[in-house]
Design a protein around this ligand. Sequence first.
Ligand SMILES: C[S@@+](CC[C@H](N)C(=O)[O-])C[C@H]1O[C@@H](n2cnc3c(N)ncnc32)[C@H](O)[C@@H]1O
Length: 408
Amino acid sequence: MPPAMATLTITRLGHQGDGIADGPVFVPRTLPGEVVEGDVAGGRMAAPRIITPSDQRIKAPCPHYRSCGGCALQHARDDFVTGWKHDIVRQALAAQGIEAPFRAPHITPLHSRRRATFTGRRLKTGALVGFHARASDVVTAVPDCLILHPELTAALPLLQDLTAREGSRKGELSLALTLSDAGLDLAVTGGKAPDGPRRANLGQWAGQAGLARLAWDGEVIAQEHPPFHNIGRARVTPPPGAFLQATKPAEAALQAAVADAVGTAGHIADLFAGCGTFAIPLAEHAEVHAVEGDGAMLAALDAGWRHATGLKRITTQTRDLFRNPILPEDLARFDAVVIDPPRAGADAQARALANSNVPVIAAVSCNPVTFARDAKSLIQGGYRLNWVQLVDQFRFSPHVELAAQFLR
Ligand SMILES: C[S@@+](CC[C@H](N)C(=O)[O-])C[C@H]1O[C@@H](n2cnc3c(N)ncnc32)[C@H](O)[C@@H]1O
């Protein structure tokens, strides 16, 4: 069908942060109550003209906002975005018949993002490094990005240099850059894996660039010094590209929420433990059993714990908690459980917890829908959702992160 010109009123925001008018018609970067005009094709008004703006609308603070797909909600007031994210969690819980009190949210500061994955594309001369425009293969350079830590921004010319040397004009490089407490840690995927002299040259390049570590397709090419992270009293060197919370202030807020939730528990299971974001600080007061699917992450946790002082025992177990959840009888020895699954949630493990006698569960989630599903299992098993806290570590994006406490 050819595009049809329409005048529409936005009634709500969808989960990607797009405005939605009756139809439904998706209208990017609009807000509820706004009247917009433009061509509609395939259920989408791609380039709306705002006829009546919302009083929640502001001028986007970032100069890249128009072309960059990294952020979706810079055109709205901060309070509006926080309220919208609270509503997403409330609605996900309500869909499962659950209500809960909300604690005051943590909103992560600007310029605090310590890890980001950029796209690199070689050009006829030089290279382009940045974020994709939304649903597009266009790459936007982001030298004035508001969310990145200044040390990541300062490294963009290095990534350009690397892409100009190693990238191709057909494919793209994926450049996962993490700011460790010992400098920059770069994990590249895509392109042609370096071998022979190319590999030696790259090693030299990484040294000159001052990177702590350079990995390509998961293999370490150069390590000037271990890129460690201070987690509680331990120094942990994660495997290349491993999961870490996106900003340090949000990591601290999540650690504080989890510590508060488990209280004085002396024996804690940390499920989906990663490299020990929660296990290590909790081990200042409790013995912790850390369970995680990725053995290399647990090895990093274990090495960090072994070299630290003043921590109680941390034991580790590599285990697929989707297929092989910890059973109620094996949970009986813990007086608290921390659970922080990936976006898919922890269906099987939540069902096993529902049949356990663990008195308190600290839950962390990056997906309100699976969180609410798993909360329902726990509540059906006799738990009460005592509080929920939004931890907005993905400022201006539609992603929602939260912590919560369940009590039996
Ligand atoms: C959201 S991250 C949380 C990591 C850690 N709690 C943190 O805050 O840094 C989820 C973790 O679950 C792990 N994971 C994913 N699928 C898993 C599975 N089926 N069984 C066990 N762990 C899994 C991932 O490797 C990742 O470390």
